[in-house]
Write a protein that binds this ligand. Sequence first.
Ligand SMILES: Nc1ncnc2c1ncn2[C@@H]1O[C@H](COP(=O)(O)OP(=O)(O)OP(=O)(O)O)[C@@H](O)[C@H]1O
Length: 648
Amino acid sequence: MTGTSHHRQERLRRAAEEQLKDRLLPPWQKRVLQRLAVEAGNGWFPLLNRFAPHTPAQRPDMVLVGRQGVLAVLLRENEPDWADSRAAFVWVSELLAGAEVGPAMLTEAVVSVVVIHPQAHTGQLGAGEEHTAVTEDKLDRVLLHGEQLLSADETRWVAKHLDSRTFDLAPIMWNAQRIPVPRGDDAEPAELFDPREQRLHNALQQPFRDWRIFLDGSQLGAVRRRYSGPARITGPAGTGKSVIALHRLAYLARRTTGKLLFTSHLSNVPAVSAEQFRQLAPHLGNRVEFTHLHAWARDFLAGRGRLAEVDDREVELAFESVWQRAELSAPLRGFRNSRGYWKDEVDRVIKGRAIGSFEAYRTVPRKGRGRPLPPDFRSHVWQFYCEYERELSQRGVFDHNDVLMRALAELERRPLPRQYAAVVVDEVQDLTLVGLRLTRAISGDGPDQLLLVGDGQQQVYAGGWRLSEAGIELAGRGEILRHNYRNRNAVLDRAGRLEAINRFDDLDGGPSVPLDAVLPELPGGRVVEWHGTDQENALLEALRGLDDDSATAVLTSTNAAADHWWNVLRAAGVATRPLDRWDGRTTGPVLVGTLFRAKGTEFRNVFLPGDVEVGATFREDREAVLRRRLVAMTRARDYLWIGAPHRR
Ligand SMILES: Nc1ncnc2c1ncn2[C@@H]1O[C@H](COP(=O)(O)OP(=O)(O)OP(=O)(O)O)[C@@H](O)[C@H]1O
């Protein structure tokens, strides 16, 4: 330490001593509070509880606001009760709620509870979801280390906000009056605020940073609202639906006990979200289960002693053997010569809706399935389905739908012994009706227990339902988000021009907002539309020409095309990684996979190589292609490359 800085520290220490001299504090607490007060010279803003040392058990003795966030400090001889730490967290968070910092609002992800023990403390140092504990001689651990979450200006404003919200906390060693009140974007002095564009630019550079700390008003409302029953969040691509789902899980985890569940029909979504949640609320990782719905059902059945493994190969063989029987498949081919179409009919309509009799199938609505199937013709489909079931049972296997149906039946027979505190279902538009019923059976429909998140315009699998068919009543509980924070304007504009019709409009919650009506937040961006014959070379050249090739993905519509591009890139010496093994953690090699695996992801650069146009004959197929393209295009933040090869 230099002479001058030593001098300064000493001066600060004396000033702190002076400010605390009238407090009748135990000596160790006085030492700690003095030490913390001195931090006012190092960019921290200390606020002392006016009742200390008789601070109520569930309040902090001091709050420190700094670039590492907001620390609620509890001075304790012994490990505090978890409920006290949590109450201190919630108390500070509620004071912060709605704090406007620049164009956004602060979230409680900046708050953490630090328990400080005297140096002589010999007991265990508790660390868990409620707090971090240190002894007084190790204060540097919390003051000097840790990620910087706020800028210097933001820190000042948060401190001022806290001071203005309560009489229980009083600034010590700093004066809130000296911090001017922000008067909106126009009136802000340049050095006090990052301009909005700068913040957004920063968010782009660090995609997982900003969303943890700041949300817009409608997003924060959706996180904090109390819903008296099932609720939904909808909005076009990139409007922060998944971000809200994660914030809400953290918010509810801090106000309940027991486990919470995040699930989805799509297998990679929970893995990617789990990684994001770890960044948002590292201490709460053990409270939230991130599980693909089929895996949840399988594990649940296994826990009840019921076998539930699916042998995909055998299931495929079972279907194929029925498809090969001309007497069964010929009528179906006559109506629609597509194996995939009839597989969807069995999987998504008949089994996906748990239709148990021909009578029920005869009249079932087949939303989004194209040309109506005359009721009498449906007997052919029913016969086909029955043969498929027979085939499965002869092989002693069951398919993924059977697993969901069994889990549902088992839950109806014997509900969960301890309900989840909350269940969030992401990409809900791609669930089958049975999947939806299962999630409701898991969650129940008490206050805040079920949150459905989705966007009908991004439906990638066939099928459809109304929430009421699963016994879910929204009664107007829900939010529609309108600001896109993911895609730069050029990308958004291109994707918005796709006529991706939302056939889903089923969430029983009024009209939905299409992508072309979304409000863009990020300017710029680049879209390249390539036409020509040598697509491989064109794509490789564009890839090599990127300024920044981190977070790049090549997305295809089929597995075969993904294999093809995988080989092309590897042969050209480009490091690649399959998208289905990605959990959102790394951004190294180029990711390659189908757009089905791209749900819930986002990349700086996206390449969409085209197939030589075969042209879909049926309207619903064309619509499905457009919805999938919309999903693929909206994965791109900055740069989108679209290939349209001509026949050679
Ligand atoms: N308030 C915000 N400020 C800055 N960035 C945000 C904000 N809200 C969301 N984002 C960012 O916008 C991107 C899109 O968010 P998210 O994935 O939650 O959207 P989504 O609506 O679930 O999208 P999709 O339906 O396309 O999967 C993410 O990078 C997220 O971090």
